[in-house]
Each structure stands twice: as structure tokens, then as C-alpha cells.
Ligand binder design. Structure first.
Ligand SMILES: *Cc1c(COP(=O)(O)O)cnc(C)c1O
Length: 393
């Protein structure tokens, strides 16, 4: 990444930045997009050059290619990070920094509203490694200081929380962690760097499931970890010690997705808000869990820290699990499936059985919606079909 690109990125709007980030056409014959480089071996000119390889840009496929570099650069420009590593899935991007920074005898604090598979990793692999794993309530704020111990090495956040969307005071937690020498990591997948830049709020590490909005079309799996210079060195060394990186075709698809992420996200945001407000007006709905609704308990925290909301939220349907099953089975347009951030709308029942404190709404069964790029009236008609099926039972 050339320096003048970084400075121009800071003075232009987000869509201009997305349109021009990552790849400089002058670096590759003027082609607008970077090459997709499939590679293992990289040939050296001479033994002298081989022995000086630490000074070369590329030395082996695992260590990176012009394609992965373009994506890392694009993410660094968006996150304001010193370095980014790529991993084969969003889950790997969550677990990898924990592996890189924790060892036997260390203590890690994680928010209770964590993405469930990340929690599973902590409760199994990290515990087996001899790491002490502790969860805290999303509303902990500066109170995190009381939970910190001498051996606390990492504080791990997610804002808003998975499925229940609790907001956190990110800067307050990061400041308390920093003052005790712990590294703050955050899963920033929901907001994308367009709506929230964690490093500006004191976090050391920002994690993304690129599978979601950056990819945007439900056709790839990839993750990223963007970090401060100090944290990046540790992440990069661990990445090369373990031997994992992104495949070129997937990296290319994310680079392509980033070009339209700004306009897609605005559409996801607008449609999701219209649908959330419509749901709020229905008698069958006990609560709508969407940070941009003024009725949501974390709304002020969201407004103070974030500059937009994406297309993923939940609502509590009166009538419990039986109603949830009838509702979901009646939908025709909303697909019943995991993941989100693609062009198509999805709905799933939410399982909070691994939660200790962040239980969402006590009334009714929770349904999570991913609002895609379809026309809102068609989505509302589909949801209406769900309510009709519940009423008919
Ligand atoms: C989907 C998701 C992940 C994992 O991403 P995958 O690419 O599906 O492995 C991590 N964190 C959050 C918040 C997610 O929603």
C-alpha cells in the first residue's frame, strides 16, 4: 500500500474509498482489479536473493500473494489497522487471535453474548490448553476492571452481541483492559468497518467474518483479523508458525464484494429498519431486538459509538417454540439457514441455551432475521404469511 493511498483514503467518502482501496492499477499493467495468483513456489534469481528473502515481498504461496496483499491492504485502509491476517473462515478469525495470545495459566474474559461457536472453542480447546475462561455481562462497562486478574491476557468483545444484540461501551472496556496490560479483541462482523472502527475506540484487534457483508453473496467463507502494529506482529508470526492463509479465489471474491459493500449496506440498513418498525407494531411480537430502534435498551450506546446499523436483528414471537416453528415453516421468501450478509433474506430460530446472563427477551421465542436486498413489500408479505400460520393454529 502506497502512502498517498492511505492519506487520500482518509479524506474521501467511504464509497470512494471502497471503490479504490486495496489495489493500485499502476502496479499491474493498469488493470482495474488485482490478479488472482494461484501459487506455492516462488522462484529466486540467485542463492544470494534466496538468502535475502526476508526483504522480498513474496517468497512462498503460504506467506501471501498479490491477491491476499490487496485484500489485506483494503481492510487496513477501512479499519485503520497496521496489519491484517486472513483466515479460511470467520470462526477461524475469532479463534486464531485467542490461540495467538493465550497460553496455560492465562485468564481470558469474554462477553456472554458471544458468537456461540467462539464460545464452544473457548470451553473446549482453550480450557484443554489450561486457559481459565470467564464470561461477563454485556453491560459491564468500566466494571470490567473488577474482573481483571494479574494473569488476564485478553478481553474479547462482540458488539452488538450475537442474536440478542446487546450493546457494549467498547471504549470503557478497552481502556480498563489496556490499563491492566490486556489485549482487547472485538468481533466486528455485524457493523463492518463502515459503521464501526474498533481501533479508534481503543481495541487492539478487530475481527471479521468476511463471509458476511464483505463477501455479500453467500458464496464464500473467509475471515480477517486487523490489528495495531504490536498485536499484528504476534498474529502474523503465529499465522506463519501454524501455516494457514486465504485461498486466492476467495480473497478475490471479497475484494469484489467490498466495491459494493457501502451501497449494499445502506439498502440492508433501510430495509431492516422498515421491517423492524413494522414488527414492533404487531401484537404477536413481544419485543424487537434491533440497536437502531429507540425502544431498544442499548440504543443510546449504539448511537454514541456506531454510525449505522446493518440488516441483522431478532424479534421475540409470543407463543413460544411452537409458534416459532409454525412461523418459520410458513415462510417462502425467507430461507431457513445459517450465516447472513448475503443478497437473500434468511430466518432462523435462536438458541440461547449456552448463555448465562444475556438471555434476550424473556417473553416468547426468538427469531433472527437477515434482511436481504429484496423489495420490502415482498418481505413483509412473507412475514405476514408466518403470522397467519401462527394465528391459524
Ligand atoms: C458468522 C459469524 C462468524 C463466523 O463466520 P464464518 O465465516 O461463518 O465462520 C463469526 N462471528 C460472527 C458474529 C458471525 O456472525
Amino acid at each position: 500500500m502506497s502512502d498517498n493511498k492511505t492519506s487520500s483514503a482518509q479524506t474521501t467518502g467511504i464509497n470512494t474509498q471502497l471503490a479504490h482501496s486495496g489495489h493500485d492499477p499502476r502496479s499491474f499493467h493498469g488493470f482495474v482489479n488485482p490478479p488472482v495468483v494461484h501459487a506455492s513456489t516462488v522462484l529466486f534469481d540467485s542463492v544470494a536473493s534466496l538468502r535475502r528473502r526476508s526483504t522480498l515481498a513474496y517468497t512462498y504461496g503460504l506467506r501471501g500473494t498479490p491477491t491476499t496483499t490487496a485484500l489485506e491492504n483494503a481492510l487496513n485502509e477501512l479499519e485503520g489497522s497496521a496489519g491484517t491476517i486472513l483466515l479460511p473462515s470467520g470462526l477461524a478469525a475469532c479463534t486464531f487471535p485467542l490461540l495467538a495470545f493465550l497460553g496455560a495459566g492465562d485468564h481470558v474474559l469474554l462477553v456472554d453474548s458471544l458468537y456461540s461457536p467462539t464460545r464452544h472453542f473457548c470451553d473446549t480447546v482453550l480450557k484443554r490448553m489450561g486457559v481459565c475462561v470467564e464470561y461477563f455481562a454485556p453491560d459491564v462497562g468500566a466494571g470490567i476492571a473488577d474482573l481483571m486478574r494479574g494473569e488476564t491476557k485478553v478481553v474479547f468483545l462482540e458488539a452488538p452481541g450475537s442474536n440478542t444484540f446487546e450493546m457494549m461501551d467498547v471504549a470503557a472496556v478497552a481502556a480498563a483492559a489496556k490499563s491492566r496490560g490486556a489485549v482487547t479483541m472485538i468481533d466486528n462482523t455485524w457493523a463492518t468497518p463502515i459503521f464501526f472502527k474498533p481501533l479508534d475506540h481503543g481495541c487492539d484487534v478487530s475481527i471479521h467474518a468476511l463471509t458476511k457483508y464483505p463477501g455479500g453473496h453467500s458464496d464464500l467463507m473467509l475471515g480477517s483479523v486487523s490489528a495495531t502494529a504490536e498485536a499484528y506482529r504476534r498474529l502474523r508470526d503465529t499465522q506463519m508458525a501454524i501455516g494457514v492463509n486465504a485461498a486466492p479465489d476467495d480473497a478475490y471474491l471479497v475484494l469484489r464484494g467490498l466495491k459494493t459493500m457501502g451501497v449494499r449496506l445502506r439498502r440492508h440498513e433501510e430495509s431492516a429498519l422498515r421491517i423492524a418498525e413494522w414488527l414492533e407494531g404487531r401484537d404477536e411480537v413481544a419485543a424487537v431486538l434491533h440497536p437502531a430502534l429507540s425502544s431498544f435498551p442499548g440504543h443510546d450506546l449504539w448511537r454514541r459509538q456506531f454510525c449505522g446499523s446493518s440488516g441483522l436483528f431478532s424479534f421475540a414471537l409470543r407463543g413460544g417454540d411452537a409458534a416459532v416453528v409454525r412461523f418459520l415453516d410458513a415462510l417462502k421468501l425467507f430461507g431457513l439457514g445459517y450465516s447472513w450478509g448475503g443478497h437473500e433474506s434468511l430466518a432462523i430460530p435462536v438458541d440461547l441455551s449456552d448463555r448465562r446472563v444475556a438471555k434476550g427477551s424473556p417473553e416468547g421465542g426468538l427469531i433472527r432475521l437477515q434482511i436481504g436486498l429484496e423489495d420490502v413489500p415482498d418481505l413483509l408479505a412473507d412475514l405476514d404469511r408466518g403470522f397467519t400460520a401462527v394465528a391459524a393454529s
